[in-house]
Structures are given as C-alpha cells and as structure tokens.
Write a protein that binds this ligand. Structure first.
Ligand SMILES: [Fe+2]
Length: 416
C-alpha cells in the first residue's frame, strides 16, 4: 500500500515508490528503492521535490504525527504526468544566453558556447564514471543524471550544436565523448520522432550508458590501432552483456538495460548478440543503432580518420538492412543531408561550410561561403541562406576538406 508524504517527513528505512512531479526535480534515476543512505535522504530534502509516494509494505510507514495521505493501492495510483518531464517548452538547465528567453531555440553559433561547456563537463564526468567502473567501483546512477539533463537542455536549445562539437576528439577520449555524443543524438532523434517525454529522457540515459560494458574490455583490445583478430573481436562483442551486468547491479531501468544489450542488433537480423530483427528490437535500441554507427564513423578513432558528416550519412543510406528505415529518416531529418560543418560546393563554383539547417528543407541549409573552387583562392566570407531569396545558388555536391587541405574548418561554422 502507498502513502504520500512530504519530502520533509521522508526518513531512512522508507521504500520510495515514486517522486511526485517532474523527473527533473528529483535527483535519482531509479524511482523505486529502499532509502538507506543518509546522503540519499539529504538529496531528497535538498531537491525541488515536494512529496514522495512510499510503499509501506516494503519499508517504514510514516510516523503517527506525520502529515501523510491515507494508504492507497498501487494499482489505483494514477500514472505520472510524464509529459511534464521534458516537454518541448521545458526550461533548460544551463544558464541561458543573455538576451534570450529561457528555453528558447537558439541558432547553432549562439548555442556553441553553452554546448562547449556542457560537452567539456560531460566528458569529464563520463571519464570519471567509466574509470570508477574500470577500478571495479559501483557507481551511483544519479551522479550522471545531471549530465544527461544538461545534454538534453542543449539539444532542446539546438538539436545538433553539441553533436557538431563532439566530432572533434582525440583517440584517447574517444569512448567518453562517444557516450556524450550518442546521448545527444538519441535525445535529438527521439524528439524528432515525437516520442513521449519519458521516452526522450530514457533515450538520453541509454545513450550515455550504452557502451559502459566497454569498461570491462581490456584496454589493449579497446584501443588497439588496426584490425582486431577474430579472438579480439569476440572479446569486444561481449561489451553489451558486460554492460547489462553492470547496469543491473546499479538498478538501471529496463529500457536502458535493453539498449545496452541490443544497440548492435541490425534491422535485418544480422547483428549481435541475439540476431533480433525488425520490431523484435525495441525502438530505443533501433535509434541507438543509428546514432552509435553515425558517431563511430564520423569521428576520429584510434585507427582511422573520420568521414565527414555528409559522407557518413551518404554511406549509411547505402547500407541496406542495417537500420530501421523510419528511424534513419528521422535521423537524417535531425542532422540534415548536409549536417552542420559539411563542406559543400555551390552551383557558382564557390565552397561553403554548412552552419545551420532548415528542418523542412534539408537541401537548402544556411552556409558560410569562403573559397573559390575555380581560382582556388579565399573569398571574403559571407553568410548565405540557400532557402531564402535572392539566393539562387544551390549545393551541387559535398566536398572532402582533406582533399582541399583545409584545416580548422570548425572556425567557420562555430563563429556567430
Ligand atoms: Fe557498442
């Protein structure tokens, strides 16, 4: 039986069944647990949570003088208002840019400074977390909840600014930033697909933790430059199951565990570990599969340089059977056919870098023109919105920055 108590009356020994209100107000990822740790009690009392449902069959009842509701059957308790959690107009967690309303959508360059701070903090937190796992220490999932919230808030302000930044990484930090990036991508795609708010939140959590099992993969295999042997590949392929064992220990939700186990399944049944096909694979795992592969092939790794974002999308579109077509379509709609940072050639033989998408017009992004392909000389930079008259230029093809010898192209798309 359940009773509702105010946060002030919560005490050690109570079994927490649910927090009242939005998930973002409470500091825990798992809603149901026996409250045993004084620091967890402190977290509840310091949080914005006003009331908590406790299960008096599984833990202490409230004291006789306490203000609490009459006991109710768990089945009669209405479902939480998940839509309050991460609704599109939810205020962001991070500090807003001066002069912009909280929660307002920002342009990519406007979001860059905040996204950069979020990315740096998230990388640090994930590195610390994963190193703790490597040392065999249990982790508290609530510790990374803040990271997921900050990443989600950045994605709400701009769907791909953070992802554009996380492409730039060294081989050493690959695994940590990969987690941050897949978290941001999954959040953005889940929103693009208009999934309910609680699913969007789970997508972010799952993205951050999907590869945690790699912390049990020997470093010489994980960071090996060059091709893995058959035996090493088999070791690497154990990371989903290794991750599940860890996540179960930490009390992660079933959805997050499922994504960890099945993010390497393929839509045609040729993936691992279980060879699931089609809708046997959960929707969140199908989203994870797309985001995981995109991030892997569009960022530098120990043994290869990255494909450009546009090239990565083109290649993925050619892999028949790998991805759920509906999810892949939503993914492309999120990033654009020419994602931010892509180098493109315009119909007037000028080169430009994509700096912003138009959600309804994927072929006509905003670009910064900077180079003449004909004379091979720099041009005075100018912004051009290919979707707006009088622009009559169009993109004729994508170009590879390496072939032109361009370095630091990010300076062109990160500036406001
Ligand atoms: Fe993986």
């Amino acid at each position: 039986m359940l009773k509702k108590v105010t946060s002030a009356e919560v005490c050690l020994g109570m079994y927490i069944h649910r927090f009242e209100g939005s998930w973002i107000d409470h500091p825990f990822w798992k809603a149901r647990f026996l409250l045993q740790e004084p620091r967890d009690l402190q977290k509840i009392q310091d949080s914005a949570v006003i009331a908590v449902w406790i299960d008096i069959a599984k833990g202490l009842d409230c004291p006789p003088q306490a203000e609490c509701s009459p006991a109710v059957d768990p089945l009669l308790l209405p479902e939480p208002l998940a839509a309050q959690a991460i609704a599109p107009d939810m205020p962001p967690v991070a500090v807003p840019v001066p002069g912009t309303a909280p929660g307002a959508a920002l342009s990519c360059p406007q979001e860059m400074a905040q996204a950069s701070a979020v990315s740096a903090h998230a990388k640090q937190e994930v590195a610390r977390l994963f190193q703790d796992v490597r040392l065999g220490q249990a982790i508290e999932l609530s510790e990374v909840a803040t990271v997921v919230e900050q990443i989600s808030a950045s994605v709400l302000r701009h769907p791909t600014a953070l992802v554009s930044l996380t492409r730039l990484r060294t081989a050493d930090e690959y695994t940590y930033i990969h987690s941050v990036s897949v978290c941001a991508l999954m959040t953005a795609v889940a929103r693009q697909m208009k999934l309910p708010a609680d699913q969007v939140q789970l997508a972010g959590q799952a993205g951050l933790l999907h590869d945690v099992g790699k912390m049990r993969t020997p470093l010489e295999v994980l960071n090996k430059p060059g091709k893995l042997t058959e035996g090493e590949f088999a070791v690497m392929q154990r990371h989903p199951e290794e991750g599940v064992a860890l996540l179960q220990q930490w009390g992660a939700t079933a959805e997050v565990i499922d994504v960890c186990l099945h993010h390497h399944e393929k839509f045609d049944g040729s993936g691992y570990p279980h060879g699931l096909a089609g809708t046997q694979i959960s929707l969140l795992s199908r989203i994870a599969a797309v985001c995981d592969v995109y991030d892997a092939i569009s960022s530098t790794r120990p043994y290869k340089t990255a494909w450009s974002p546009a090239e990565a999308i083109r290649r993925m579109a050619e892999w028949k059977g790998h991805f759920d077509p509906r999810v892949f379509q939503a993914f492309v709609k999120t990033l654009g056919i020419y994602p931010i940072g892509s180098l493109v050639r315009l119909s007037n033989e000028q080169l430009a870098v994509v700096i912003e998408q138009h959600p309804d017009s994927l072929l006509t992004p905003q670009v910064r023109v900077f180079f003449s392909a004909r004379s091979r000389t720099p041009l005075p930079q100018r912004l051009l919105d290919l979707a707006r008259p009088p622009a009559d230029e169009r993109i004729v093809r994508r170009e590879e920055p390496e072939e032109w010898g361009f370095r630091n192209l990010e300076r062109l798309w990160q500036q406001a």
